[in-house]
Write a protein that binds this ligand. Sequence first.
Ligand code: NGS
Length: 278
Amino acid sequence: NKYLYKHVNPKLVMKKSKPDCKYEDTLHSTKSVHTWEVTNQKLNFIPKGIANGSYTPEDCNPAFSVAILVTYRNRQSQLDVFIPYMHNFLRKQNIHYKIYVIEQQDDKPWNKGLLYNIGAKQAIAENFPCLILHDVDLLPLDENNLYACLHQPRHMSASIDKFRFVLIYETLVGGVLAITSDHYKQLNGFSNRFKGWGGEDDDFAGRMSANQFVILRFPQHMSRYTMLLHKQEAKNTARYDIMTQNEKHGAKDGLNSVHFESISVKPQRLYTLIAVRV
Ligand code: NGS
């Protein structure tokens, strides 16, 4: 597929004895294996070969290497479903991946943009060329939805059951977004100024559009997700004001202005936890 951004993590040692992984079936097959039942099945089964939240195919050399960044606070029951589900889903895609959970471990207002920037810095430091920004409450339903970056950012979760599988607005990039590390750096990442729920993703879409990026999407049937239920978070009432202000000084607010009280990186078997106090 000419639109795929081929990117192999330089840290991955390629074993010559292995053939290259195949992707045609994943991209072109019309069969949709993941259906509703799968959501409720196999949640207790964890594939072998996972350490620090990372997996690489055993029998072939992957062409894609992705860091999955999951921002998180206080939703243990969702994490308990998300992590095993994702390992089962991703392992079939013949990619190299690593799941990072970036947890805000304080009671201050939720700062998702800052958490994404912190996760991105870590993944970039570990040479991941592709970042997948992922809500913890979204589970992909179609295994043709390849977890890989394209030549432009791709909004992967355009079709969510909660919204009757309809894209709620054209510039939505929240939920699940695949973007190359180079593009993320070019945008200076997310604004760190959104405290509380909402707006940081729309602000990020503004950065993409200011940089002439195009938001790509796979066909709707491949972009289906189911959303785990939860209470609506407290909305940030200042979010529209911040978006307006950011149009003027976004360059000083992002990856280059990440501040926090403390951070620790704690590798666990099924994910690498980045614990942050903001
Ligand atoms: C918009 C929010 C986005 C959010 C989207 C979907 O209204 O941050 O809803 O949210 N924008 C503003 O508040 C400015 S959802 O219903 O999926 O949780 O991502």
